[in-house]
Design a protein around this ligand. Structure first.
Ligand code: BTN
Length: 274
């Protein structure tokens, strides 16, 4: 394994044995693959899943050299300050329900973050967690499926914890935030990881056992754009209207300027001044 060598700076690294001992569940987080450095935990998790890795295995890295965000964007992944991990899931869901995994992760993330900061985190459909309009966390889920069944989903999560705005590249400094910037103090990354995996395990269980209906009230409570005028851009269209919430498949419902309800399944949501 590669060592992290950062100019004599003492970095506090994750101890996954300690994390495992604190985990009271074994469905998710039963096995960790820990890396000091990785291109992308999602890419590595995908390869392991293709080789038959079990549900719940977690691939986690102190830093990523090619951290991936949605829509081909880059995810800034500096060493030993944040969480970057991917969970291998083999859900008992149909392919049509696969987007609900991302929404489920949004609930688990929001509930976790809520416990560490004073402000209320907000979900920006489909997968961003924002505080005060700045991005704190993101989810990248990638599924291997046929028209009906899912073989596996790689649920990748990036959560900014001790990443100070002064260290962020200028292009994200105005748009991103971290728990440390919000509270003024560094947070114990292992405690956040333990709580997040517990919450993911619980929410994932609810999704599989009772369907997304069981999570939707909590998703709705964190949804920050209800009634807001938004612009949605995707490969097919640019749509402007008022966000109404999500339907049971997880599609974003927009009331367009003609008063018609449109369902959006993918894209980037840009809040507009009302
Ligand atoms: C987004 O908001 O655009 C999604 C960001 C997802 C980033 C995480 S970090 C761990 C995992 N590995 C990646 O390469 N991406 C995800």
């Amino acid at each position: 394994m590669k060592k992290i060598d950062f100019c004599c700076t003492a970095l506090s690294l994750l101890d996954l044995n300690r994390v495992s001992q604190r985990l009271k569940i074994k469905r998710l987080g039963g096995k960790f693959h820990y890396f000091a450095e990785l291109g992308s935990t999602n890419v590595h998790a995908w390869a392991l899943a293709e080789q038959g890795a079990a549900e719940g295995e977690v691939i986690i890295a102190e830093m990523q050299t090619q951290g991936r965000g949605r829509l081909g964007r880059r995810w800034e992944s500096p060493p030993a300050v944040n969480l970057y991990f991917s969970v291998i899931l083999r859900p008992r869901l149909t392919t049509a329900d696969a987007p609900q995994i991302t929404l489920m992760a949004g609930v688990a993330l929001a509930e976790t973050i809520d416990a560490f900061i004073e402000q209320r985190p907000v979900i920006k459909w489909p997968n961003d967690i924002l505080v005060d309009g700045r991005k704190l966390a993101g989810v990248l889920s990638e599924a291997a499926c046929n028209s009906e069944h899912i073989d596996h989903v790689i649920l990748g999560i990036g959560l900014n914890l001790n990443y100070r705005a002064v260290s962020m590249p200028p292009e994200i400094r105005e748009r991103a935030t971290s728990v440390a910037d919000l509270t003024g103090n560094n947070v114990d990354r292992e405690s956040v990881l333990v709580r997040l995996i517990h919450n993911l395990d619980r929410c994932y269980g609810e999704l599989e056992d009772y369907g997304f209906e069981a999570l939707q009230p909590r998703w709705d409570a964190y949804f920050g754009l209800r009634g807001r005028r938004v612009r949605i851009e995707n490969q097919e269209q640019v749509l402007v209207g008022r966000a109404q919430g999500i339907d049971r498949t997880g599609a974003l419902m927009i009331e367009d300027d003609r008063g018609e309800l449109q369902n959006v399944y993918a894209g980037d949501v840009i809040p507009l001044e009302s």
